[in-house]
Design a protein around this ligand. Structure first.
Ligand SMILES: [Zn+2]
Length: 382
């Protein structure tokens, strides 16, 4: 073999070797990527976030930092409270030049969510503004953006964001805008700005006349400015808006009755309601509290007892019952009737739960009888 021939052959051999190595390496790489992706998704669906994070991190490195993987990995970091890692991941991704605008907007939105979770509101707002500038308002950016703007007290920006999203998607966002104004009104109310609050509740009702929160809040404003008579006629006029939430209507009437010192404006409609709908334990609960306040202990017991028969596991009702027992210590008969009711209706839930498959049991197992995980049983908060 001549020297010239060798020099001609050598590069060809090298190139072939490189090519073969490349093919082999790539095939090995794609197989392992596929496996890591499957493992990450599977463990994520299973709720095993630790394993999912490990698989995603490996996949992220293996895939030369594929943006979609990084996005999910960062969000998983945030979910697990690792805010610094979440921010770093999303921020690094957002600086890349090779992303399409939709994906870039999504990454910036997740970055805003990281900052929001860490309480860095101004940075959150900047990231969110950039996301919206990039991809327009989306369900995701509205979800976080509304919270960020509200936390900064920038109600009009929250309003505009939701409004623009509605326009873009062609959907009616008036009920949401109404609730935003209502919430702004509640904030003004807490600052004791009752006129400002009343004006905002009015705006809410112009956007959505069925917004019962704003109806209640308007009545509250009237009560706080010594116009309880007006509050009463206001509520009576809007009673229909409380269909399905009747107890809220009656609770407000109760407060008006106290302010007017006229029990009948509350007790009579509440009794009529219970007569018509005996399962309405919430209205019974409101009535029970009121009767207890005015010293009608037997009447209060009757309402709370009936309410507990419908909703035996409602802690609030039991608390009211305890309060009644405390105030009315002279009647042991009521106490034993209450005790009997608890014995008959309450069945406590299983105490232990498997951390892997969520199997529940009253006994503590060393190994889960369902998924065979070791030492996976934990006591549940009941
Ligand atoms: Zn299990």
């Amino acid at each position: 073999m001549s020297v010239e021939f060798f020099w001609l052959l050598a590069p060809a051999v090298l190139l072939t070797a490189l090519f073969l190595w490349g093919v082999f390496y790539r095939e090995k790489e794609t197989a392992s990527r596929e496996f890591l992706l499957a493992k990450a998704l599977n463990t994520l669906i299973d709720g095993r976030e630790d394993d999912a994070a490990d698989a995603l991190r490996a996949l992220y490195q293996e895939s030369e930092q594929e943006p979609a993987v990084g996005l999910v990995l960062g969000s998983l970091f945030r979910r697990r409270g690792k805010l610094k890692m979440a921010t770093q991941t999303h921020k690094g991704l957002s600086l890349r030049a090779d992303l399409d605008p939709e994906l870039k907007a999504l990454i910036k939105t997740e970055l805003a969510a990281d900052y929001l979770a860490g309480g860095m509101l101004e940075r959150a707002q900047t990231a969110l503004d950039e996301a919206v500038a990039e991809g327009g308002p989306t369900e995701n950016s509205v979800f976080y953006g509304r919270r960020i703007h509200i936390k900064l007290g920038e109600w009009d920006r929250a309003y505009k964001l939701v409004q623009n999203w509605g326009k873009k998607e062609g959907r009616n966002v008036k009920p949401e805008l109404a609730l935003l104004r209502n919430r702004q009104g509640e904030y003004a109310f807490d600052q004791e700005d009752y006129d400002g609050a009343a004006a905002l509740f009015k705006k809410a009702l112009q956007l959505d006349p069925t917004c019962f929160s704003a109806i209640l809040n308007s009545s509250r404003c009237l009560r706080y400015t010594e116009k309880s008579h007006k509050a009463l006629s206001w509520m009576q006029k809007h009673e229909a808006a409380f269909e399905g939430h009747e107890w809220l209507f009656h609770k407000e009437l109760m407060k008006i009755a106290v302010a007017l010192q006229n029990h009948d404006v509350f007790v009579l409609p509440a009794m009529a309601r219970i007569e018509a709908e005996s399962d309405d334990w919430r209205t019974r609960s409101v009535l029970g509290s009121f009767l207890m306040e005015i010293g009608d202990f037997d009447g209060a017991f009757q309402q709370l007892h009936a309410a507990l028969e419908t909703a035996p596991e409602t802690l609030l009702l039991h608390q009211k019952m305890w309060q009644l027992m405390w105030r009315n210590g002279s009647d042991p008969g009521l106490f034993s009737r209450y005790q009997q009711l608890v014995r008959d209706t309450i069945h406590f839930d299983a105490t232990y739960e498997c951390g892997r498959c969520r199997h529940r049991d009253n006994r503590l197992h060393q190994q889960c009888p369902r998924c065979f995980a070791m030492n996976s049983f934990r006591e549940r908060r009941l």
